[in-house]
Design a protein around this ligand. Structure first.
Ligand code: ADP
Ligand code: ASP
Ligand code: MG
Length: 436
């Protein structure tokens, strides 16, 4: 069975939703994962924020504006009065739920319920549309099989255990439709897999059912060799290894959710990135293998804070780095980049929730300096230890840009630079012009 995921723009209008059947073959048994209609999750974030800050009036106005958009959407999606009525019932139900939250004590638990409505709406409306045109399909409720644990880690075995009977129970159904992004947490509450999480849903389901292939259908013809929003003339990459794709996704290539490669990699499930607007384009195939001896792509991750711990006394002593890392472990803060010298160690984090606590604990070991508003530029390719010349080419391309940190050799696929965010655009463009 294949898993096909369609992102926000791929279901972004009634016309787009209708043309999904140019891609989906309803006679093949498959699971289709849908995101929310593009823009909806952003609108729901605003509604949640308004409620959280106690501005119920603003929340109700935002809900009403979003509902108007959906009224127009269903008027175009359905032609038959009976199905239009069903579509109307669907939106009435979800918008009544959003409005009724005004009567509750609103916490981050309710906020996540708000965020979940986008995928619930898109999948239910699509299911009703398929009924209207006579294409048999079944909804698979993601909240009954997609689960994260106390550390926000999804549980693949749980997915397998819960989804298998749902599929087995309906042998006559070929086309299963489910929600991306949403899940339940360790307390059974509605939660989500973070923004862009529908990719992660698709890969997790792919792993859970040991799918033959996961297809991520989006609005571009695969992973490009640089960020197309910033650099002109970027090109799609035909093949990537799981490791290369994981580095690019983690370090900012928005086309893939940062964690989405790992489940597919673990269960060796090929992932294809494909373009809904140009279904014939080859896209990108992500598997265990990829082209050798090449710089493949560049990505950038903003919002990085660099932390330097200087301690001539202690740095060379064994156990020093362990003590430093333990501080980050205690505050569940992951480190992205590390560089060391005799007298200091620099590392980067993106989650600054516990920065104050972390800094005061690190102060015990030495002096601590912070640099905010930095960006990691990640150059990905195949650069094994026996290869030479790649780092020189990268550094030559950025010789006019101040570098805060350089990391090379951590894996065979990654050379990372830390620059000021103000220098990001120039760094990406200069690397692009010199490397490709
Ligand atoms: P979806 O809604 O389908 O999940 P996203 O907006 O999350 O789509 O991801 C697709 C977008 O990712 C593209 O439109 C593109 O602007 C952006 N993007 C950023 N970096 C890259 C890259 N290296 N290759 C391709 N797309 C990228
Ligand atoms: N709708 C969610 C978001 O906008 C999930 C996704 O699109 O992947 O983040
Ligand atoms: Mg996305």
């Amino acid at each position: 069975m294949k898993v096909l995921k369609f992102g926000g723009t791929s279901v972004g209008s009634p016309a787009r939703m209708k043309s999904l059947l140019d891609i989906i073959d309803p006679t093949e048994r498959q699971i289709v994962v849908l995101s929310a209609v593009s823009g909806t999750t952003n609108n729901l974030v605003e509604i949640g924020q308004a409620y959280l800050t106690g501005d119920k009036k603003k929340a109700i106005i935002l809900i009403s504006a979003l509902k108007d958009k959906y009224e127009l959407f269903i008027n175009e999606l359905f032609t038959n009065a009976e199905y239009l009525k069903q579509g109307k019932e669907v939106i009435d139900y979800h918008f009544a739920l959003l409005n009724n939250l005004a009567n509750n004590n609103f916490t981050t638990i309710e906020e996540k319920i708000v965020l979940a409505q986008g995928e619930l709406l898109s999948t239910t409306l699509y299911h009703v549309y398929l009924k209207e045109i006579g294409v048999p399909s079944a909804l698979l409720p993601a909240l009954s099989f997609m689960k994260i644990d106390e550390d926000n880690e999804p549980i693949v075995d749980y997915i397998t255990e819960k989804i298998t009977p749902l599929l087995d129970k309906q042998p006559e159904v070929n086309l299963f439709i489910t929600q991306g992004f949403i899940c339940r947490n360790a307390f059974g509450e509605i939660d989500n897999l973070r923004r862009g999480g529908s990719d992660y849903t698709a890969s997790l389901i792919g792993a859970g059912i040991r799918s033959e292939e996961v297809q991520i259908w989006t609005d571009i013809d695969g992973m490009h060799n640089n960020d197309p929003r910033i650099v002109k003339g970027t090109q799609p990459i035909a093949q990537l290894s799981f490791d290369e794709a994981a580095e690019l996704a983690y370090f900012g290539a928005k086309i893939l959710h940062p964690q989405s490669v790992f489940p597919a990699q673990k269960y060796k499930i090929p992932v294809r990135l494909l373009n809904t607007m140009d279904p014939q384009a080859k896209g990108t195939l992500i598997t265990n293998t990829s082209e050798k001896d090449k710089i493949k792509s560049i990505a950038a991750k903003d919002g990085i804070t660099a932390i330097k711990i200087q301690s001539s006394r202690m740095l060379l002593a064994h156990g020093f780095l362990r003590k430093v890392f333990e501080v980050f472990e205690r505050y569940k803060t992951s480190i992205d980049m590390i560089t060391t010298s005799e007298v200091a160690v620099s590392l980067t984090i993106d989650d600054t929730t516990y920065l104050g606590e972390i800094t005061s604990e690190l102060n015990i070991f030495g002096s601590v300096e912070l640099d905010v508003n930095h960006t990691i530029i990640c150059v990905v390719g195949d650069f094994g230890a026996e290869k030479h010349g790649y780092a020189a080419r990268v550094l030559e391309a950025v010789k006019h840009i101040p570098l805060r940190m350089i990391s090379y050799g951590g894996s065979d696929h990654n050379l990372s630079l830390l620059v000021k965010t103000d220098d990001k655009v120039e760094t990406l463009r200069s690397l692009h012009n010199r490397l490709f």
